[in-house]
Write a protein that binds this ligand. Structure first.
Ligand SMILES: NC(=O)c1ccc[n+]([C@@H]2O[C@H](COP(=O)([O-])OP(=O)(O)OC[C@H]3O[C@@H](n4cnc5c(N)ncnc54)[C@H](O)[C@@H]3O)[C@@H](O)[C@H]2O)c1
Length: 280
């Protein structure tokens, strides 16, 4: 039972209190879904809830403060969704951090921070929620947020970011068949240049992963980065995601600027691949 409309459906949106996640929350709420915003940052949650009619008292929007890397907290949140709503219908694994820095300065703290949220958070979402989404039998949909940084070759300061996002892209593609057999669709959101607070990476880094980081300077520089006027509005991304869910599109790709670089990468791989008479 694919999601064909949002009325009566419950969506759990990680990183839903800011940027792209908030854009998705607004779009799905406007189309009739019940929204649960799951986010690390109480300040983001407070600002986000004001953007819905009824604010924190809204019947259709609620929020949970959670770190998606905390498996115990995540399991408890999933149990609460089961108790409160009979389980969720739409899982948006969107929380992410802009981990950026010179790769040869990277320390375990930087790998653990970047991969922990950008890949581990998605894994935790799937592990906690797929059993209930399969179990309730209503079908549903999963959206995983990757990045166009996963689809092209990127400068070295994005190595950790791109590695996590590439894994998210790949696993989304390869889970499609297994989920389809359970009535659950899956899309991978592949955005670029969208207005958001992703430059606040340092503020989202837990204290124990600040110690020994090789990215302190680059995260400071990132925090001062200006958002371009021409960058996409998160509400526009939200609309693309809502439409992508209804169409059960595998790829929801926001920008065309990287098309040539995507093609170059694919062609370079094909050029390095020997010919074979035997095709899978
Ligand atoms: N903005 C862009 O141009 C862009 C481009 C490509 C991909 N993305 C991806 O889009 C997603 C959303 O990012 P955004 O740009 O809207 O940034 P954002 O910082 O505005 O929103 C991300 C939200 O995730 C929350 N968050 C961070 N760590 C968390 C954790 N451990 N647990 C729970 N919540 C956590 C933050 O508090 C924030 O509210 C990310 O996965 C990001 O990598 C963004």
């Amino acid at each position: 039972m694919a999601v064909t409309d949002f009325e009566g459906r419950t969506a759990f949106i990680t990183g839903g209190a800011s940027g792209i996640g908030l854009g998705i929350a607004k779009s799905l709420e406007a189309r009739g879904a019940r929204i649960v915003i799951a986010d690390l940052r109480p300040d983001h949650i407070e600002t986000a809830l004001k953007q819905f009619s009824g604010g924190a008292q809204s019947n259709s929007v609620s929020a949970i403060e959670i770190d998606v890397t905390n498996r115990e907290a995540y399991a408890a949140a999933a149990e609460k969704m089961q108790a409160d709503f009979g389980g969720i219908d739409i899982l948006i694994n969107n929380a992410g951090v802009g981990v950026e820095g010179p790769v040869l300065e990277a320390r375990y703290a930087d790998w653990d921070f970047g991969l922990g949220v950008n890949l581990g958070g998605v894994v935790n979402g799937l592990q906690c929620f797929l059993p209930q989404m399969i179990g309730h039998g209503r079908g549903g949909h999963v959206v995983n947020t990757s990045s166009l940084a996963a689809a092209v070759m990127m400068p070295e300061q994005f190595v950790i970011y791109s590695a996590g996002k590439a894994a998210v892209l790949n696993m989304s593609e390869n889970m499609r068949e297994a989920l389809a057999g359970k009535g659950i669709g899956i899309s991978v959101l592949v955005p670029a240049f969208t207005k958001s607070n992703i430059h606040e990476a340092a503020q989202n880094r837990p204290a124990h992963l600040r110690e020994g980081s090789g990215f302190t300077e680059s995260e400071k520089a990132l925090s001062e980065r200006e958002i371009g006027d021409e960058w996409m509005e998160p509400d526009e991304v939200g609309e693309m995601v809502a439409n992508g869910i209804l169409n059960n599109d595998l790829y929801i790709i926001t920008h065309g600027q990287f098309k040539n670089r995507m093609r170059e990468r694919a062609e370079a791989m094909l050029a390095a691949t020997p010919d074979s008479d035997f095709q899978f």
